[in-house]
Design a binder for this molecule. Structure first.
Ligand code: EPU
Length: 419
């Protein structure tokens, strides 16, 4: 298992280019299942989760070809196995995104139930209920969701909870359904808008993506297209936080401010200077950082996927920051690791009170999930001395070449293989 070794204390400076968004790429890869024509995707990030999703699609019979870097053409003219097996689903929950498109295209699907994960229980009941509302017969046996529907029919469905992949799954199911589907209390994340745009380019009729009511008029077939995945807003936010925390000066290229307004506002509140010019953001963290309170909530509020990284920065801010997690019940695992680096953090229920400014000191720490890993990288960058982060396979799931990008910005960071 690889580790990252970081020698802290270097200000980040220079330019970094943001990769394609993991959480847009994963549903859009699954959208290839909806058409018998080739779908070419560009700006596809080189991540382990993307590799896992491509392996899953391959197993189903989707042929793939990469003629250009960061691009892939998927050909689902033939789907041999409408099946997402436990072995793959257990390594990546987003495999559930195959359920809606498989059912819509093949009339049947068998997808393993994901089970709990490090950050929370994460049930998929809304995915199942929504498909049932569209006429699917579903039983849960032997750990699998077994779904059948010769042709899904349009339906009105109100989500009990706001769910990102739930909204995406039902949207993909509805594009080939008979009639109109209305999804209320839908998630509004930018990745949903990106998926809707790709589906639209494939001939789907979708309105309202980005609002809490999405209306989809089913069509008999979708066609192939060429589509560029949006930039990763969480990778962008991670670099903004890292630059601010190290009192650096970084130009982040290929970003989208609209997708990240809540994070930019909070970083500014904490004392970072951020100037936006088109798709470039310059972040300067030269003054003293101040405490800022953060509460995670569905888009457009502060994203749960940036909570851990903000916490690392908060250790360096003067005063008490209250960081409240409202999306996942167990997304504070990084707190214990930050404490090993000397952070002063108290957890009460779903809130962490971070008192700063603290001088962190390097230590051995363990990554527990993807965003916790990014938090520890930022902490390592600001800590005195050497920090070694174990279990960075979590990081490789969602950040493309992070140590290369950080090294180019002046960080002292290297990957070492386990002995
Ligand atoms: N929920 C239910 N029932 C459902 C679905 C969700 O109760 O059927 C609950 C969850 O347990 C959670 C809340 O609803 O408490 C929101 O979960 P959501 O379904 O929105 O999460 P997700 O779709 O599984 C996506 C991202 C996550 C991100 C969350 C929240 C992808 C592939 N994953 O997960 O990304 O944290 O939305 O924004 O899009 C990450 O990239 O590190 C990551 C975990």
């Amino acid at each position: 298992m690889d580790k990252l070794v970081i020698e802290g204390g270097h200000r980040l400076h220079g330019e970094v280019r943001i990769s394609g968004a993991k959480n847009a790429a994963l549903p859009i890869l699954c959208a290839s299942l909806l058409t018998a024509e080739p779908l070419t995707l560009t700006n596809v990030p080189r991540l382990n989760d993307v590799r896992t999703m491509r392996a899953l699609l391959s197993q189903m019979g989707v042929r793939q070809q990469s003629d250009e870097p960061d691009a892939v053409t998927l050909d689902a003219s033939q789907i041999d196995w409408p099946l997402a097996p436990y072995e793959l689903v257990k390594t990546m929950r987003a495999s559930i995104l195959a359920l809606g498109p498989l059912l819509a295209r093949c009339g049947e699907a068998r997808v393993s139930l994901p089970g709990g994960c490090a950050i929370g229980l994460r049930p998929v009941d809304q995915h199942v209920k929504g498909l049932q509302a569209m006429g699917a017969e579903i039983d849960l046996t032997h750990g699998y969701i077994n779904a059948r529907a010769p042709r899904l029919r349009g339906a009105s469905f109100v989500f009990d909870v706001v769910t990102v992949t739930g909204t995406e799954n039902l949207m993909m199911a509805a594009v080939l359904a008979d009639g109109v589907t209305t999804l209320d209390n839908a998630a509004r994340e930018p990745e949903i808008v990106d998926l809707a745009a790709c589906l639209g380019a494939m001939g789907a009729k979708i309105s309202g993506a980005g609002s809490d009511r999405i209306v989809i008029e089913g069509v008999p077939h979708l066609r192939g297209t060429r589509y560029a995945i949006m930039p990763d807003r969480i990778e962008t936010g991670t670099f903004l936080a890292a630059a601010s925390a190290t009192h650096g000066d970084v130009l982040v290229r290929g970003a989208s401010i609209d997708a990240l307004a809540a994070v930019v506002d909070k970083l500014r509140e904490a004392g970072a200077r951020i100037d936006v010019d088109g798709d470039a953001m310059r972040v300067r963290g030269n003054g003293e950082l101040r405490a800022a309170n953060v509460r995670t909530a569905p888009f457009p509020a502060f994203p749960t996927d940036m909570q851990a990284q903000f916490m690392a920065l908060a250790t360096r801010a003067a005063g008490a920051s209250v960081i409240t997690e409202t999306i996942f019940e167990n997304r504070m695992m990084h707190v214990q690791e930050l404490k090993r680096l000397g952070a002063d953090i108290e957890v009460e229920g779903n809130a962490a009170i971070v008192r700063g400014a603290t001088r962190l000191t390097g230590a051995n720490v363990m990554a527990t999930d993807l965003r916790a890993s990014a938090c520890l990288v930022i902490a390592g960058l600001i800590a005195d001395g050497e920090t070694t982060i174990d279990r960075i396979y979590h990081l490789d799931r969602g950040y493309e070449r992070i140590e290369e990008k950080l090294s180019a910005l002046g960080a002292s960071i290297r990957r070492v293989g386990s002995t």
